[in-house]
Design a protein around this ligand. Structure first.
Ligand SMILES: [Zn+2]
Length: 272
């Protein structure tokens, strides 16, 4: 994407985020990675509903300023996502009320309640709390970025990303819509989850259609545990000792923190 188009689309997405109350005041930020690797990003301390195309910051791939505008202080989370995901060209970060309510309650959006969401977004995990614009936050997000297209950040908000600014925004919107439906369904007595065989079919459809690839079969996803559909990357990353641990009837493994530490130290010693 060229710089002029990126500027125009960032301003349009910023307005939408503001009009839909995904951000207030100077919350949130949007960026696009250009074909030449430079980043166009929303400026710091600016309302996303009132930006102009010439107010945007431009940085190199490390976040170093290339024009006189200062990029958002949360640019570090965008740079992390661009580093971890070659395919990602745009990142949208906001504080949408329903999604952020999950993040504040310490909950991921990971229940299999809507077929379309399994097809197009997958589950949205919760990254542990980290101070905004510090390494604490990016380190908490890092292991999740490869397997998901949107994340919640505990006690903070949400971030979504994609191949262009509209895919990133659409994913943010799906996250917020899903969170809202989940909350409303609780008022009606609670949601009924899709059964494992239905989830497995949806995962096969989404991979055949190219909506999401195998990386999205992350083992941290609540509902994937039940289906025995696993993420090949996740399985490779798992220490051998944890895979050998007692699995339940559906292949689900649960360990306490102490058991996990014990297994990891055993594995480390065995590897010496
Ligand atoms: Zn924020």
């Amino acid at each position: 994407m060229d710089e002029q188009t990126a500027r125009r689309e960032i301003v349009r997405v910023g307005k939408l985020m503001y009009e839909r109350s995904y951000v207030v005041s100077s919350d949130g930020n949007v960026s696009v990675r250009l074909d030449d690797g430079r980043i166009v990003a929303t400026p710091t301390q600016t309302c996303k509903g009132r930006m102009t195309e010439d107010s945007l910051a431009v940085t190199d791939s490390e976040g170093k300023a290339l024009n006189e505008r200062r990029a958002s202080s949360e640019l570090a989370m965008h740079l992390l996502i661009y580093r971890e995901r070659e395919d990602v060209r745009s990142v949208c970060h906001a504080h949408p009320p329903h999604g952020s309510a999950f993040a504040v309650a310490g909950l991921a959006i990971d229940q299999p309640i809507l077929s379309e969401v399994i097809l197009t977004l997958g589950c949205v995990p919760l990254a542990e709390y980290g101070t905004p614009s510090t390494d604490e936050l990016t380190e908490a997000m890092r292991p999740l970025v490869r397997h998901h297209n949107a994340l919640l950040m505990a006690n903070h908000g949400a971030v979504a990303y994609g191949a262009d600014v509209w895919q990133a925004f659409d994913r943010l919107e799906t996250l917020e819509h899903t969170a809202r439906i989940a909350i409303l369904s609780r008022a009606l007595g609670g949601s009924r989850n899709l059964p494992p065989d239905a989830i497995e079919k949806l995962i096969n459809v989404r991979e055949a259609a190219g909506y999401l690839d195998e990386r999205a079969r992350c083992q941290s996803c609540g509902y994937l545990h039940e289906t025995q559909v696993v993420c090949p990357a996740g399985e490779r990353d798992a220490p051998p000792a944890t895979r050998a641990a007692s699995a339940g009837p559906n292949g689900k493994i649960s360990l306490t923190r102490e058991e996990l530490i014990e297994l990891l130290s055993q594995a480390a010693q065995a590897g010496r």
